[in-house]
Write a protein that binds this ligand. Structure first.
Ligand code: TXA
Ligand code: MG
Length: 345
């Protein structure tokens, strides 16, 4: 694991990382969303190593990361007018776009699909690494499959130590949840995974945008359109329940359930906010962030799930959040972590 404070101070780490990527190896690196596990996207053998290191099902396609917009031409068939508009407005940034792919992208990278997911991160170090590594870096989140995505190099180390050639430590990630995925190969475009670039923001750029509704219903017959969204990702080891309703009722209900579980000898974790945390009487109470500033909630989510795992928590109760704006992405991740177990009061 190597720590990179600033781009200027240590170019040799970047050069070493770039060499590893070009030679077909694996490098974990920070982005503005979560840490990524990078390999040369145009080298089928290298991309396959990612699946082995993560223990990831091979039908789950990878996102190809690029450092400049001009790199897109080589890997995608067509860039629609809608795609141009969102690229103009939100790249570089936490937005992944789905396009028809060219033959330059091996099927090992796209899980056999004829489409490819592409993202241009805003993180300067990530982009410098992509350039050094040849310009096309396939990178899923750098966690073991089924664990919460990593928001620090320490999280990556917990999951992947010994399985990757290099981990670059660039501190904690800024956003804390994965990029929004927008399918621009169809009209109107469809959000396959909500994130920090919200539906409202996308609609500002292109007009009507749809949401893959299967993401919010646990019992839908249709699988989600992004293959990875069907797995119970981000799963804490504990049984998790989201409680939704008027905040005072939610707090009372969580306190009541906590008492009951503690009597049965269980270890209980509570996901509270800065505003509510002092109202919980028992259990391991953790503040996820400020309810009035939901970006802080997104930022704390995966770290907290990992902390509860480390404590050996048996059950977790979480307050619900508004599903407007980034709250939509927060609820999507919380519901997935809870296996869609939600109680509406
Ligand atoms: O923020 C992010 O996007 C992070 C950082 C590292 O950039 N990466 C990330 O990758 O979250 P990953 O592999 O954990 O999630 C990629 C998601 C999966 O749900 C996958 O199924 C979906 O993108 N995906 C990839 N290619 C696709 C395609 N061609 N069509 C539909 N979904 C696709
Ligand atoms: Mg992931």
């Amino acid at each position: 694991m190597k720590r990179l404070e600033t781009l200027e101070t240590d170019n040799s780490i970047l050069q070493e990382a770039g060499r590893i990527l070009r030679e077909g190896g694996l490098v974990a690196f920070p982005t503005e969303t979560v840490y990524g596990l990078g390999a040369d996207a145009l080298n089928e053998k290298a991309a396959e190593k990612i699946y082995a290191a993560k223990g990831r099902p091979s039908d789950n396609p990878l996102i190809v990361h690029i450092a400049e917009k001009e790199a897109l031409g080589r890997i995608v068939k067509e860039i629609s007018a809608e795609a141009m508009k969102v690229i103009e407005k939100y790249w570089p940034g936490p937005l992944t776009l789905i396009f028809g792919k060219t033959d330059a992208v091996p099927e090992g990278t796209t899980g056999g699909l004829d489409t490819v997911a592409v993202r241009m991160p805003s993180h300067a170090l990530a982009r410098a690494l992509i350039r050094e590594g040849g310009g096309y870096v396939a990178a899923p989140s750098a966690n073991t499959s089924g664990r919460p995505s990593p928001t620090s190099a320490e999280h990556v180390r917990e999951d992947l130590w010994g399985k990757v050639d290099l981990i670059i430590d660039g501190g904690e990630t800024e956003i804390g949840i994965e990029s929004t995925i927008l399918d621009v190969s169809v009209t109107p475009p469809v959000i396959l995974r909500p994130g920090a670039i919200t539906k409202e923001m996308l609609e500002e750029a292109v007009g009507k945008v749809e949401m893959d509704e299967t993401l919010f219903s646990g019992d839908s017959k249709e699988p989600p359109k992004a293959p990875g969204m069907k797995y119970r990702h981000y799963a804490p080891k504990a049984e998790m329940t989201v409680i939704d309703g008027e905040i005072q009722d939610v707090i009372e209900e969580i306190n009541r359930r906590t008492e009951e579980d503690l009597r049965q000898g269980k270890q209980v974790g509570i996901i509270a906010t800065e505003e509510s945390r002092l109202q919980y009487r028992k259990g391991s109470v953790k503040s996820i962030g400020l309810r009035t500033e939901e970006a802080t909630v997104a930022n704390g989510l995966y770290r907290i799930l990992r902390e509860f795992d480390a404590e050996g928590t048996d059950c977790i109760y979480s307050e619900a959040f508004d599903s407007e704006g980034i709250g939509n992405a927060i609820m999507n991740r919380l519901l997935k972590a809870a296996g869609h177990h939600i109680i509406k009061l």
